[in-house]
Design a protein around this ligand. Structure first.
Ligand SMILES: Nc1ncnc2c1ncn2[C@@H]1O[C@H](COP(=O)(O)OP(=O)(O)OP(=O)(O)O)[C@@H](O)[C@H]1O
Ligand SMILES: [Mg+2]
Length: 391
């Protein structure tokens, strides 16, 4: 029984529409967010947009092919893509002043830049040298998501590009991208930190009063767990950062609002597998609750066996017949069995995709076929992009 067909997600129309200024590729871990973001960026640039792609942790070879050899936290022009300077020389006659910049998010550098922008030089130096800051800025869960949003806000304010394509961090859950920044600013703003800061800020006598009020128990326990030095680091860090608390929250809010404005579109990337599509489902529902604009679902690594008119059952039957015969034709048998596997996998993928569409019948879907190899160069990205131009 044929399942319900989802509406078609016309990616080319999405990237050609100049009102669209930000595309965010979300999805659970390993589904192809980085690849999709890079392929979208390349295709949009080659169709005439001035694009910057913000990638997070791209595979090394892919990064190299995009000219991203150092983590300097600034967008670099991607070589081999028609740009303003060589417009008209694109080889496809299609160049109309588009360009592609790409950058890798350096979470620690982005954090440092915020501190430098918000604190006077002495204080900034003090914060940057603080061991607690150093571990927070490079490892606290949520920092990467927060920094991706922060960087997006910066790129948007720069007004240098007319399309920003955002890749999101490799979180387990797609929702982390939306939740983590708030979680981080709540943490920085949180009661635990305030409590830790209190003694450092108010000095000895007040500290005693706090102690008497019972907080000392907490601080005492923390001193035991963390050690005096670490606790002191935390205290100096947080009091130094105190003036920035409002700043952090405001900035997280600013970018969050940016995600809601017209001109932003979310693309949920998923592999045609139950777990990835379940995550995609949660994400789609969450976007609706937040009134954030969903463009559609990108199903990546879709199995499209050639010779699809030969069913898995007939292919297996033929393999068995050959095996039973006098001349076994081992290569033909192997090919038939492989074909049967692919057909079964494709059928399984269709079932989970139909399940998604049954739950979200209005969400448009585009597909990217599974490629035989990893995508590690512009040519590979172009091939992925071409999938967007055909049904
Ligand atoms: N359609 C495809 N066909 C073949 N390989 C693919 C396809 N899409 C992605 N890949 C490969 O799958 C791997 C994971 O892709 P990618 O890095 O884009 O996923 P991701 O969602 O960004 O992962 P993470 O959550 O770790 O950031 C890469 O090696 C990539 O080359
Ligand atoms: Mg990635």
């Amino acid at each position: 029984m044929a399942g319900r067909q989802p509406p078609y997600l016309d990616v080319d129309r999405l990237i050609d529409d100049r009102r669209n200024r930000i595309l965010v590729c979300c999805g659970s871990g390993g589904v192809g967010k980085t690849t999709t973001a890079a392929a979208l960026g390349l295709r949009a640039a080659e169709r005439g947009r001035r694009v910057v792609v913000l990638t997070v942790d791209p595979a090394r070879r892919l990064a190299q092919s995009m000219g991203l050899t150092s983590l300097d936290n600034t967008p670099r022009l991607v070589p081999g893509v028609p740009s303003d300077s060589d417009a008209g020389d694109a080889g496809n006659g299609d160049s109309s002043g588009g360009s592609l910049h790409a950058m890798m998010l350096d979470m620690k550098r982005t954090f440092d830049e915020i501190v430098e922008a918000h604190a006077d030089p002495d204080r900034a130096a003090q914060i940057l040298a603080n061991p607690f800051y150093q571990s927070l800025s490079s490892s606290f869960a949520g920092t990467q998501e927060y920094m991706a949003m922060e960087k997006l806000g910066q790129l948007r304010r720069a007004e240098e590009w007319d399309l920003i394509v955002v890749d999101t961090p490799p979180s387990r859950s797609a929702l982390d991208f939306l939740d983590a920044p708030q979680r981080l600013s709540r943490f920085l703003d949180g009661r635990l930190l305030r409590l830790l800061v209190a003694p450092a800020k108010v000095g000895g006598r007040a500290y005693m009063r706090v102690l008497n009020a019972g907080f000392g128990v907490v601080t005492g326990v923390l001193t035991k767990i963390l050690g005096t030095q670490v606790l002191r680091d935390v205290q100096t860090f947080v009091s130094a950062l105190d003036t920035m608390f409002g700043g952090f929250r405001e900035r997280a809010d600013y970018t969050y609002q940016l995600l809601r404005t017209p001109g932003t579109a979310f693309l949920v990337v998923a592999a045609p597998e139950p777990d990835a599509l379940r995550e995609a489902s949660y994400f789609v529902e969450r976007l609706a609750e937040e009134r954030m604009p969903l463009a559609g679902l990108i199903l990546n690594r879709v199995q499209r066996p050639p010779a699809a008119q030969l069913s898995a059952a007939r292919s297996l039957a033929a393999a068995e017949m050959l095996e039973a015969g006098a001349a076994p034709y081992p290569l033909a048998v192997a090919a038939l069995r492989l074909h049967a596997d692919r057909m079964q996998e494709a059928a399984g993928q269709r079932r989970v995709a139909e399940h998604f569409t049954a739950a979200h019948p209005l969400v448009p879907v585009a597909e990217i076929p599974a490629q035989p190899d990893d995508i590690h160069d512009l040519e590979g990205l172009r091939r992925i992009g071409q999938a967007f131009g055909s049904r």
